[in-house]
Ligand binder design. Structure first.
Ligand code: SF4
Ligand code: SF4
Length: 358
């Protein structure tokens, strides 16, 4: 049976009131929050944008979704995890400061923020899934207690997955730092001797005593390291590096397996904001030019159908695949891998019926 995907044409050129009305109508028609029960813990998973990036979903529109969730349960919050790399979202404190500076304050949205993997991104639970790549997914521990997830994804291209939309918002976005590292890399972190100051901070952070100082330089024991990635954020001078070496194919499949783990046993609904679409994702600390015109907002109970419908609309509108054909884009990244593999995992359906909301 085909999944239903609801679509409302929209553009950021429209005023906030008009967009808010469209979001409200779309959420109601698609039924993506209808499954919320009284007193459910509801996590609205989104990305607050990186410093100097303006592509993220506007707080005023996230607040509309928040209000509709709060009509059903008072236990609602925005939900996010820290980044794997050092930056303004790699610990909860700077992450919250950034979210507030982008307008995600309680005063603006009426919702608190939960950074689900703890102060430094190391809190997770191992969820057994026994899939092709991932046997136990390291999902941020704060995600586990949410009964209902509403994913709000800003659609963009991506330098490693080709497409960043609902599957990525959940698969990468609900993983702890160790889970993100597991998706991106097949090897353990490495220390650049020339940069190491021998301060020993990483030794205190390592949960496995896998780092020793040898001749005043940190050295990682390959036998003892479990690849958790803690040391990469502990080092203040960037001497410990992640190798971003996982293949495009495996990275997308791992991401789908992580999405499977995060969504398993949870009720859920999904939205894609196909507006201000750039060739890179909102993790870029800069504003990039858009590569398509704004198309609108889509919603569905099925994340696979939603991402597929979004891409079909984008391709039809541009008469080409702008995520791969954009100037300096990523022609060699087949973003379809994440969709097809997610469908195989049973995350959703590639067949859909598109319903346009007037
Ligand atoms: S924290 Fe960084 S600088 Fe300090 S010992 Fe570890 S690798 Fe070297
Ligand atoms: S990745 Fe984790 S286990 Fe390995 S050295 Fe770094 S902190 Fe220790």
């Amino acid at each position: 049976m085909k999944s239903r995907v609801y679509f409302v044409p929209a553009s950021y050129d429209e005023d906030d009131k008009t967009l808010a009305e469209k979001v409200s109508k779309l959420v109601k028609m698609s039924g993506i929050v209808e499954g919320i029960a009284k007193d459910d813990y509801v996590g609205i998973k989104l990305h607050f944008g990186e410093k100097d990036n303006i592509g993220f979903i506007r707080p005023s529109l996230a607040a509309v979704v928040g209000d509709l969730c709060k009509e059903r349960s008072q236990n609602c919050a925005f939900l996010e995890t820290n980044t794997i790399y050092i930056g303004s979202r790699s610990n909860t404190i700077s992450h919250l400061n950034l979210a507030h500076s982008h307008g995600f304050t309680y005063a603006n949205t009426g919702l608190p923020i939960v950074i689900a993997d703890g102060i430094t991104g190391r809190d997770h639970v191992n969820l057994k899934i026994d899939k092709k790549h991932i046997k136990e997914a390291k999902i941020a521990s704060g995600i586990i207690d949410f009964d209902y997830i509403v994913s709000m994804a800003h659609v963009t291209g991506h330098c490693q997955t080709g497409l960043a939309a609902s599957i990525k918002n959940i698969g990468m976005g609900c993983a702890s730092r160790a889970g993100k590292l597991e998706q991106h890399s097949t090897v353990l972190p490495e220390i650049t001797k020339e940069k190491c100051l021998g301060c020993g901070l990483c030794i205190k952070w390592c949960p496995k005593d896998a780092i020793k100082l040898v001749k005043k330089k940190a050295v990682i024991s390959k036998e003892e390291c479990i690849g958790c990635g803690e040391c990469t954020v502990a080092c203040r001078v960037g001497a410990i590096e992640i190798k971003w070496n996982e293949s495009i194919h495996n990275l997308q499949e791992k991401m789908a397996e992580y999405a499977y783990a995060a969504l398993k046993d949870r009720r859920k609904g999904f939205m894609n904001f196909a507006m201000h679409i750039t060739k890179d994702c909102d993790c870029m600390a800069k504003d990039e030019p858009t590569i398509t015109r704004d198309l609108g907002i889509l919603a569905s109970l099925d994340p696979v159908a939603l991402d597929k419908a979004t891409m079909d609309l984008l391709i039809k509108d541009a008469e080409c695949d702008r995520l791969r054909d954009a100037k300096d884009g990523y022609p060699n990244i087949d973003w379809n891998i994440q969709l097809e593999y997610s469908a195989k995992l049973g995350l959703g359906n590639l067949d859909y019926e598109l319903i346009t909301v007037d």
